[in-house]
Design a protein around this ligand. Sequence first.
Ligand code: HEC
Length: 183
Amino acid sequence: MFRLLALPLLALALTALAARYGLGPPLTEEAVAAYDLRPIVLPDGRGLPPGEGRVAEGERIYQARCASCHGATGEGYPFNRLVSEPFPITPEMEPAEYAIGNYWPYATTLFDYIRRAMPFGDPGTLTDEEVYHLVAWLLYMNGITDLDDPINQDTLPQIRMPARELLDLDPETARRFPWLTLP
Ligand code: HEC
């Protein structure tokens, strides 16, 4: 019982302290709305907004907004590596070697993740169109698409990622949800 009460009480105490010491600006409705990214983009492409991405535009945006943390060609310094050969991962590989080309099973997740979380520290500042451009560049750099492939709500769900082959429903999930199939 104590534990059940402890969290709400702590939250209340912190809110009261923040108000008393004038910590942080109050959240505006617009600020909350900027994080309210619905619908979520699903692996089969449901939820993708209109827009279209091109590699050349993506390169420009990437250099301005992403390269400082992920390296000029996505090689990953100081943060995560984003570009890899589309070879499958092996048990011997270090997690630092996992990247989009060898680890991500669905191309659509890239759109959702970047729109939701990047650039780190400033999420929510990219337009849907910019996210499509970035996805186009990242897929091209990972050797998955060609330079001229347009990336939009129709084409993105059709891209078969190399790591999709590695993804399987675990037997317990398959037993409990026999109707469930992976796109
Ligand atoms: C200030 C540094 C910073 C900037 C700028 C930044 N990122 Fe990131 N990015 C990170 C960090 C840190 C992570 C790991 C986050 C985590 O694991 O929770 C990450 C993770 C990622 C991942 C997931 C990698 C994986 O395979 O797990 C992608 C994709 C990505 N960023 C794309 C972008 C794109 C596109 C931009 C530009 C719009 C961008 N990032 C800008 C710091 C940054």
